[in-house]
Design a protein around this ligand. Structure first.
Ligand code: CU
Length: 214
């Protein structure tokens, strides 16, 4: 998961990247919407509003040796330069709401093809929202188990999109290519240990044009 953080006051970009790589997260660090898990060979697209400033990016995916990628130097940076804010967000095909223990899917029914979905949270804590496509014959529980222990379990799903650190009030959208199959939408409500609790729902993309939301 690519965490995006504005460079905090008192840091240069390079000093902040250095501290991230040493897993020294400054106490005044805040996080911004970023790309979540990306499957090998795939690309991921997340669109978000960014205030002007300098930003750092760090990957918080865990390696097989237990170390976070960010600690191995998987960090980067970018600058957001001033531009007139037209107030126009990308057009979206649907809206996904994260509210307490419920995920809502609103708008036209999801179908095969490339779709941009806005992710809107009303939860007090930032959430990492994920969309997985279940591999044939795999259950939701197998997919969640694999997601939690990706370095040790055989894949039960394929990551197709996600937005990291979705804050209430932030405007972020994710562009996903759907093909027929069963998709799992979820976010963790408690990542404190090896058995996180998830809020989840499935969406089935039919072979034809209709979608069934369960
Ligand atoms: Cu990484």
């Amino acid at each position: 998961m690519l965490a995006v953080a504005p460079v905090p006051a008192g840091y240069t970009t390079s000093a902040f990247l250095d501290s991230l790589a040493r897993l020294h997260i400054a106490p005044n660090t805040t996080f911004w919407s970023g790309v979540d898990v990306v499957s090998p060979g795939d690309t991921a697209v997340v669109t978000a509003f960014f205030p002007t400033g300098q930003y750092a990016v760090g990957c918080f995916v865990k390696s097989a040796d237990g170390a976070l990628h960010v600690g191995k130097g998987m960090v980067g940076s970018f600058d957001v330069i001033a531009a007139r804010d037209t107030g126009v967000a990308p057009s979206v095909d649907g809206v996904i709401t994260l509210a307490g223990g419920h995920i809502g899917v609103h708008g036209a029914s999801l179908r095969s093809g490339v779709h941009t979905l806005r992710i809107v949270s009303s939860n007090p804590h930032p959430q990492d929202f994920q969309i997985l496509k279940l591999l044939p014959g795999r259950s939701v529980q197998r997919a969640l188990d694999w997601f939690t222990h990706r370095t040790t379990l055989a894949p039960a799903a394929e990551a197709v999109g996600g937005v990291s650190s979705v804050y209430s009030g932030q405007h972020a959208s994710v562009t996903v290519r759907f093909t027929p199959g069963v998709y799992l939408l979820f976010y963790a409500v408690d990542e404190a240990d090896a058995h996180p609790a998830f809020v989840q729902r499935t969406v089935t993309i039919q072979q034809t044009h209709a979608a069934r939301v369960e």
